[in-house]
Design a protein around this ligand. Structure first.
Ligand code: PMV
Length: 343
């Protein structure tokens, strides 16, 4: 029996407009918009070998990993659609290009890379040869079933996931690339990740999404986020509205945290260091007039957003004012990236 392999390198992404809350089958309650990162990526290799006693193995950075159970369940669920999964021993090896346990969501890049391998293997095994756009839509849908935000990690530049009247071709099923709608100046956006606390999250993202089901502000959130994503898209069409863009993105990130704080049970994920960094960033913006701001995922780490042309000033600011509030002075510097690579 033949052996089949596929290797992909897929980026992590950072959402400017956040997916928060889901409908059944991992469909999003609201549309989200993100950019893929250049440095933070996962490299995955999937090999299908003749079926032996060992049905499945998953090694992360060369070692057994607790993530294996989640991957095994994911493959089991996908085997309904990709029945060949049951005909082979599935051996997966995966590694991140960024330091492990930094509090950076690696599930997006992990499921992005794995879904690309599976879509590629499906092509090899079934002889189906979808055009490129359909190939990535299928990969995005498979990625979504592993982790919602991973649906956006199969593209470079900017990606949009979730049905919205502001983006006619958008759908809840998979993410779409939207770089063509965005002004070229936005491809110079950088993301300095300030690692305030790298310990395990207090709330898993699936538990977090669940909090939206009966949230007292659910209706207001859905109205607000649909307006926010439409405004973000408008602002990103020109190079001139960076300050308004930064204000909007900050408001969106704080809305996510406001929702967590006011949910039942309530979660307070920001740390004193996170708040200090937020204040410092806003002071720096007031003093310099530079379009510098932040976004935050469901954790305490602050993503400092800035433009490449301001890098020297921003790096000096990070080193002199912000690293003090991070864990062991740790930070990662990243930027908009080109997307996945087949290796
Ligand atoms: O993909 P999940 O289920 O880990 O959810 C990600 C949620 C946020 O990171 C907070 C927002 C987003 O859109 O990435």
């Amino acid at each position: 029996m033949t052996t089949y392999t596929s290797n992909w390198l897929s980026p992590s992404n950072i959402a400017l407009v956040k997916y928060w809350g889901k409908k059944p089958e991992q469909l999003p309650m609201n549309p989200s918009l993100s950019f893929s990162l250049k440095q933070a990526r996962t490299r995955t290799s999937v090999s299908l070998q003749p079926l032996e006693s060992k049905k499945f193995s998953f090694l992360f950075e060369g070692k057994e990993s607790p993530f294996a159970t989640r991957i095994a369940k994911y493959l089991d669920a996908l085997s309904i659609e990709l029945p060949w999964i049951n005909d082979f021993s599935v051996l997966i090896e995966s590694a991140n290009t960024f330091p492990h346990s930094t509090g950076i969501a690696s599930s997006a890049s992990a499921f992005g890379a794995l879904a690309l391998c599976l879509t590629d293997l499906n092509r090899q095994l079934t002889g189906a040869n979808p055009e490129e756009e359909k190939f990535f839509q299928a990969a995005s849908r498979f990625a979504r079933l592993g982790s919602g935000s991973a649906s956006r990690s199969v593209y470079g530049g900017f990606a949009w996931w979730g049905k919205s009247s502001a983006m006619p071709e958008s759908t809840d099923c998979y993410a779409i690339p939207v770089s063509k709608y965005i002004h070229e100046s936005y491809f110079q956006l950088c993301d300095a990740v300030l690692l305030v606390d790298t310990k395990t999250k207090k709330v898993s993202s699936s538990a977090g999404h669940e909090l939206m089901n009966n949230h007292v502000y659910k209706a207001a959130r859905l109205t607000q986020v649909n307006q926010t994503i439409e405004q973000a898209l408008q602002l990103m069409k020109t190079p001139d509205e960076r300050m308004a863009f930064i204000d909007l993105v900050e408001q969106e990130a704080l809305s996510l945290h406001a929702l967590m704080m006011t949910s039942s049970p309530s979660f307070l994920l920001l740390k004193p260091g996170s708040l200090e960094i937020i204040e410092q960033i806003r002071d720096f913006r007031r003093q310099t007039g530079l379009p510098v701001g932040f976004t935050i995922d469901a954790g305490p780490n602050i993503h400092l957003l800035y433009w490449k042309e301001d890098q020297a000033q921003v790096h000096a600011f990070v080193k002199s004012e912000l690293l003090y509030y991070t864990e062991n002075g740790e930070w990662l510097d990243d930027q908009v990236g080109d997307g996945p690579i087949k290796e």
